[in-house]
Write a protein that binds this ligand. Structure first.
Ligand SMILES: *[C@@H]1O[C@H](CO)[C@@H](O)[C@H](O)[C@H]1NC(C)=O
Ligand SMILES: *[C@@H]1O[C@H](CO)[C@@H](O)[C@H](O)[C@H]1NC(C)=O
Ligand SMILES: *[C@@H]1O[C@H](CO)[C@@H](O)[C@H](O)[C@H]1NC(C)=O
Ligand SMILES: *[C@@H]1O[C@H](CO)[C@@H](O)[C@H](O)[C@H]1NC(C)=O
Length: 900
């Protein structure tokens, strides 16, 4: 064309034309490279090239009728196809990719056409980075849809104009794509995908709605239920479970009358007493009025004076001397003594504090719930005190909110097993859960999740919370709710430890403060916690961009101070705040790149150069604010470490003025350095709480089964027995590793010099996959009893490492759960997990066993067509279905099938 003409006319034109050709060729190569890179070259249509050059055409507007139709009639099915494909090493550790398939079927009468609708969904894993140029999204192979990452777990699909083909009535269409890492569990997927468009109401897509997650296909092949070919885990067969159920059936005398196991207990069976509530009284006590009242309410024995001179329960104030781990004998504030004297018909409990008395009362309750021969309590003397002062449970109410009532129910059961710390995770990226007077946005915005892309009214939906602010994604404790929790905790001698996670995991606060900033007048206090710069370079472990508070702004500390003071005010007069937890974990890398304030701070301070420096600066400031209010602080271990001399070492304790500084060791024991971190911290004067993910993270599954709830990065099989078998003294294991520091600084060595600084154990329930109370109960119980046992009682086998004594002890404990404790939980309305039966068939006879002997297993009798309890060996011909029943008979385990 014109080019050729110029070519023949004049030299100058020719030169320009060559340039133009070169540009066009280059452009073509770029397009080829662009599509080759994402593996789409074959499917790249003319339109792809058109739109690379000219951009996309806009889509027609979606109508409400269209949205309603799709929500109702679009059937979505999600299948993991293969975890074993290799791929870019997106997630730390190079876990590769996995392949998934989405199948959509139009079950309605009308075609689904392209418009500006978006289908929002949630993935715990990132859609592969090579496919995900932020913020433009990528086209999903052959679907006519593009997927975009919004933030965190939230994604959306949208049609591409000119590519998306109408989905006709009854048409089924499927497409595949890759995500980072692996996925071996149904609960990795979230319910309540939804469809939204501008200026119409969003709707949940019915086929994905609710807790059943039935839109997710079964994980029924090796490539689906294993993370990698050499994965040691697979779903247990009944036969494997039969082998793993190690508890033997014990005789009645070996069932423990009290758990956690008391320090000293003597039982003389030859004399015993029958307690008839109408004939007994509880003597009044001027010192222990609360405990007297509580016991009377629980066991129905009236308070009064004894007319007969016997048949009474008395509470006496007296010192209880216990020899501590350091060999010194002292009065222990949590200790009690209890005596059941059948000859005189008198029960005496002695303690020096109401907390000690409270535990004595819990023990008496347990003795009275026990199934004694002939219903008569024998002669018993107990002297009891805890092994650790800190016996904790951490509950995340940020990812999903859980009601005050649920928290109180759990506290009731904690107290029954003598646990005394409730650590509430009150803020995270996905929510802020406590009303802070004076900063209402934290809850008016930050406690809600709903469909509002501008985030003016609420946070983005995350983790299956759907478009409406009525899900478990929304909720907070008002000032009064929180005070109720504190009052209730006081009665149960539980200390509430509030945590507001900072500077990472702070998206909810950041969004709330941004809204506040946009609407503030000059009279408002400036509580800015971030600056306006591109924070998309920093990507958190949970795929959030820019979820980190800025340590270089003075308003950040005004905000933190305000929060701590208001929380202190809430605690005042009920349970004075002694301990504030600021989280501090998992801060994304490079979070402050681009921050003008941080650049200024770096240029002015030679000691503030790296991210570690700034992190330390933040923590120091927060700690000082708390210290000024006479408050101790706590943080997750990774908040308090810096990289020095080729090692992670704790920040020097002397930098902090707080009375106590707690650190929570959570990294898996198998991770590098981790076993020793507890020792490093303890030697440095920190108080150390052991909260190892692989033993105590109860958001993780009980069995490596795709149908079990929970994340599994720290372990795929955290059984009650595993938790129970934890030996806290193991923090010293393998001390032969040399000191990382120059000789002379003993605090950096791995010999535990300050055992008293290992203060206790804590279980953690993170709530990404825990949306309902039932789900929380299921994840916590019965495992929480094992934490209570290890935190209160040091077993003999922990020192001797005698395996026979350990297995006998486990059998007692497991039988106690099966015969007794689950009945007590039934009465509290706790929906604990019922273990699946173990089974085997030998010589055509079925034999079953169970993790907690005492529970009944039923089999399906195919002749009678009914469920029958298994008693002894059952002759069988074909496959047999089995379930375990709860003691109250109202609930069942999942069904298992054993093949003959
Ligand atoms: C994309 O589609 C092509 C053609 O159907 C197919 O061969 C290819 O495997 C698909 N890619 C993925 C990741 O599924
Ligand atoms: C949506 O509605 C608002 C308010 O009526 C209007 O300003 C806006 O232009 C509408 N958006 C579109 C894309 O039509
Ligand atoms: C600080 O707190 C401790 C422990 O709660 C208390 O004993 C002490 O009196 C407090 N100090 C001040 C100055 O309030
Ligand atoms: C400690 O040593 C034992 C025995 O050598 C070994 O099996 C174990 O893996 C070691 N633990 C750690 C955390 O290195």
């Amino acid at each position: 064309m014109t080019c050729r003409r110029y070519l023949s006319v004049m030299g100058l034109r020719l030169k320009r034309c060559k340039g133009m050709v070169a540009v066009l060729v280059l452009f073509g190569i770029l397009i080829i490279l662009r599509y080759r890179k994402s593996g789409e070259l074959k499917t790249a249509t003319k339109y792809n090239i058109y739109r690379t050059v000219f951009g996309e055409k806009t889509l027609p507007r979606a109508t409400q009728a269209m949205i309603d139709n799709i929500a109702e009639n679009l059937d979505i099915r999600f299948d993991v196809l293969d975890n074993f494909i290799s791929g870019t090493k997106l997630e730390a550790g190079g876990n590769g990719n996995f392949l998934v398939r989405i199948t959509i079927t139009n079950r309605g009468q009308t075609p689904i056409t392209a418009a500006d609708w978006r289908i929002y969904c949630y993935f715990m894993r990132t859609v592969e980075a090579e496919h995900m140029p932020y913020p433009n999204g990528i086209e999903i192979n052959n679907s006519g849809l593009k997927v975009h990452h919004v933030d965190g777990s939230l994604y959306y699909f949208r049609p591409i104009v000119g590519v998306f083909k109408d989905i006709q009535a009854k048409e089924e269409r499927s497409f595949r794509f890759k995500l980072g890492g692996f996925c071996v569990s149904r609960t990795d997927l979230m319910p309540n995908w939804y469809i939204a468009a501008e200026n119409v109401s969003a709707r949940v897509i019915a086929s994905t709605e609710g807790e059943s997650l039935r839109y997710v296909g079964y994980f029924d092949t090796v490539n689906k239920f294993k993370r990698r070919p050499n994965d040691e885990y697979h779903p247990l067969s009944p036969e494997e479970r039969f082998k793993l159920n190690s508890a033997t059936i014990v005789d009645r005398d070996s069932i423990l009358p009290v758990i956690p196991t008391p320090l000293e207990m003597k039982i003389v069976q030859t004399v015993s007493v029958h307690i008839i509530p109408e004939e007994w009284v509880i003597l009044e006590s001027s010192f222990f009025t609360e405990e007297v009242k509580m016991l009377s309410e629980v066991i129905g024995i009236p308070v009064g004076i004894s007319k007969s001179g016997n048949r009474y329960i008395e509470f006496l104030k007296d010192d209880v001397i216990v020899t501590g781990s350091n060999g010194h004998a002292n009065n222990h504030p949590e200790a009690y003594r209890l005596k059941v004297d059948p000859t005189k018909s008198i029960i005496t409990i002695m303690a020096s504090t109401s907390q000690g008395m409270f535990y004595g009362v819990q023990t008496l309750r347990s003795l009275m719930d026990h199934d004694w021969p002939h219903g008569r309590i024998p002669k018993i003397t107990i002297k009891d005190a805890p092994r650790f002062e800190y016996r904790g449970l951490h509950i995340d109410v940020a990812r999903n909110f859980h009601s005050k009532e649920q928290i109180q129910k759990i506290m009731g059961s904690m107290a029954m097993y003598k646990m005394n710390r409730l650590h509430l995770h009150l803020s995270d990226d996905e929510g802020w859960r406590l009303e802070i007077p004076g900063i209402h946005q934290l809850t008016s915005i930050g406690s809600k999740r709903c469909h509002d892309p501008a985030e003016e009214r609420c946070l983005l939906p995350m983790l299956g919370s759907g478009p409406f602010d009525t899900s478990s994604g929304t909720g907070f404790y008002s000032v009064e709710d929180y005070k109720d929790i504190l009052r209730f905790a006081n009665k149960l001698h539980i200390e509430v430890i509030p945590e507001f996670d900072m500077p990472g995991h702070s998206r909810a606060a950041i969004v709330s403060m941004n809204v506040r900033g946009r609407h503030s007048t000059h009279n408002d206090q400036d509580y800015s916690i971030t600056e306006n710069y591109d924070r998309s370079v920093s990507f958190s472990g949970q795929s959030f961009r820019g979820n980190v508070i800025n340590p270089c702004l003075s308003s950040t500390y005004r905000f933190v101070k305000k929060v701590i003071s208001e929380v202190k005010e809430l605690h005042k007069d009920i349970q004075p705040l002694q301990f504030y937890h600021f989280g501090g974990d998992e801060v994304a890398s490079n979070p402050w790149e681009g921050s003008k304030s941080c650049q200024r701070m770096k240029s002015e301070n030679s000691h503030l150069q790296t991210d570690y420096d700034l992190m330390k600066y933040f923590i120091k400031n927060v700690a000082t604010l708390a210290a000024d209010m006479n408050i101790s602080i706590g943080a997750w271990e990774d908040a308090l470490l810096e990289w020095r001399d080729d090692n992670f070492v704790p920040f020097p304790r002397k930098n902090f003025q707080n009375r106590d500084l707690y650190t929570y060791i959570w990294k898996r024991k198998s991770e590098m350095y981790s076993p020793h971190r507890a020792v490093l911290f303890a030697n440095n004067g920190y108080k150390v709480v052991l909260a190892y993910g692989d033993h105590f993270y109860f958001d993780h599954p009980y069995e490596p089964d795709p149908e079990e709830r929970g994340l599994y990065w720290a372990g795929r099989m955290i059984t009650t027995e595993k938790t129970w078998g934890f030996t806290p003294e193991d923090v010293r294991e393998n001390v032969s590793i040399p000191c990382p520091r120059a000789a002379g600084d003993e605090s950096m060595c791995y010999n535990l010099q300050s055992p008293e600084n290992i203060v206790g154990l804590q279980a953690a329930l993170w709530s990404e996959t825990v949306r309902t109370s039932e789900q929380m109960d299921y994840m916590l119980f019965p495992r929480l009893m094992a934490v209570a046992e290890r935190a209160w009682h040091k077993a003999v086998w922990e020192t001797t490492m005698d395996t026979a004594s350990k297995s006998a002890d486990w059998s007692s404990f497991a039988n106690t759960i099966g015969h007794k404790e689950l009945k007590r939980l039934d009465k509290l309305g706790i929906k604990y997990r019922i273990p699946l039966p173990g089974a085997r068939i030998v010589d055509k006879k079925l034999e079953v066993n169970i993790e907690f002997p005492g529970l009944d297993v039923d089999y399906f009798d195919s002749e009678k067509k009914t469920w029958q309890p298994v008693r002894g060996l059952i002759p069988v011909k074909g496959p047999v279905a089995l379930i375990t029943r709860s003691p109250d008979g109202n609930r069942f385990s999942r069904k298992v099938v054993i093949n003959a």
